[in-house]
Design a protein around this ligand. Structure first.
Ligand SMILES: [Fe+2]
Length: 401
């Protein structure tokens, strides 16, 4: 974990790091020469030179912490520590993420097949897929957020499990979880709704209103999922608990047990956030997808009911006001697709202008709104727009020049 400390706390043996962002250049009292501090004399000399603060790499000290305590710690530290990792270029990362997404689809299908046929699922093989998703999130998280909205696959059962896995991992990476935690989180996302395989398809895909009896059956799916997997000794308990408790809510209004915030495990809370976001922003048999920024607004309105207020705020910060993959209307009347978020400037992502006022294709042009704004240009996003028939074409714009 990277932490900003006072020069008075600096001690021999600590490793000074320079952030990938440029912010260190604007902090005149920040010592930013990377390397290990050799001696007390070196610290004294730095203090004498006027340095007051320094970013250091601290060893992870997770000993004796429960997942809940650790998540609380990560969330409370999140705003103090700026993102340290430099992102790989979007276009190349997007191609690799597409490959990962496709193999994750096959993996999700294999898991469901194994469970349906009563076979023990190959957990270790699936962990490799979750690891590939984690690598995508570390390389460039926007590519996963983008594909979760624009994937060319139509089967909700499988895309939803991969999307929840991807979104949860991106959020986990944002708050600073370890790779091991991220892989477990990715696995929990991939399997969170596995219990639905125990419920009749006529209920799962019913377009109309569910009867009380049908709804009661749906509410059993977290328990069914847990029961299907609990004897597989390869599966860590926090993954099983996330599956069993992903529909519990902050204020106790969730199911199956009506637990409140303090009793809902950290992994289950994160899967719950990713699950609702993906469900709201996906086309369902009973309603059309809600636009990403509206979905985040709805979720913010659910703070203290469904979600922990701090966690939903961080979730929105992580995805950005206009998440990657959103079609947006500009003040010029043209339409653009959001390519990459600009950390620190959520209203000014990097976009690709692709359609005119009448939604006719125009020669694509990439614009970094953060730089345009700095240059005094007038270009800005008015609102998210419905991609409608363009949805699948938007993926092509993401990988083209
Ligand atoms: Fe569920």
């Amino acid at each position: 974990m990277i932490k900003k400390i006072s020069i008075d706390e600096l001690a021999p043996g600590m490793e000074v790091v320079r952030l990938s962002s440029e912010m260190w250049k604007h902090l005149p009292y920040l010592y930013a020469e990377p390397g290990v501090i050799e001696s007390e004399e070196q610290v004294a000399a730095l203090r004498k030179e006027g340095y007051r603060q320094v970013f250091v790499q601290l060893a992870e000290d997770n000993e004796g912490l429960t997942d809940e305590q650790r998540l609380d710690q990560l969330i409370s530290d999140r705003d103090a520590a700026p993102p340290a990792r430099e992102r790989a270029p979007f276009k190349q990362s997007m191609r690799r993420t597409q490959v990962t997404y496709e193999s994750a689809m096959s993996c999700a299908m294999r898991i469901v097949n194994d469970v349906k046929l009563g076979r023990k699922m190959d957990y270790q093989a699936a962990v490799e897929t979750a690891g590939a998703i984690v690598d995508c999130a570390i390389r460039n998280p926007d590519t996963l957020i983008c594909l979760s909205k624009l994937s060319a696959f139509d089967n909700y059962t499988y895309t939803h499990s991969i999307n929840v896995s991807a979104i949860a991992v991106v959020f986990g990476e944002y708050i600073g979880m370890t790779r091991e935690e991220l892989v477990d989180l990715g696995m929990a996302g991939m399997m969170h709704d596995l219990g639905k395989t125990s419920i009749a398809q006529s209920i799962i895909n019913k377009p109309g209103r569910l009867t009380a009896k049908e709804f009661a059956e749906i509410r059993k799916h977290p328990g069914y999922g847990f029961a299907l997997l609990k004897d597989n000794k390869d599966i860590p308990s926090r993954v099983l608990e996330a599956i069993r408790l992903h529909h519990e809510k902050y204020n106790g209004s969730g199911y199956p047990h009506g637990l409140t915030r303090k009793d809902i495990p950290a992994f289950a809370r994160i899967i719950g956030l990713a699950d609702i976001y993906d469900a709201l922003t996906s086309d369902r048999c009973y309603r059309d997808a809600i636009l990403p920024n509206k979905a985040l607004g709805i979720m913010y309105g659910m703070r203290e009911q469904e979600f922990d207020p701090l966690e939903i705020q961080l979730f929105i910060k992580c995805l950005g006001i206009f998440p990657s993959g959103s079609l947006v209307l500009l003040n010029t009347g043209d339409y653009a697709v959001v390519r990459e978020s600009n950390p620190g400037k959520p209203l000014s992502p990097k976009i690709k202008i692709i359609l005119d006022k009448s939604m006719r294709p125009i020669p694509a042009r990439t614009v970094n709104l953060a730089e345009e704004a700095d240059g005094g240009a007038e270009l800005e996003i008015i609102e998210c727009a419905d991609p409608g028939v363009y949805k699948k074409k938007l993926v092509g714009y993401m990988t083209a020049d």
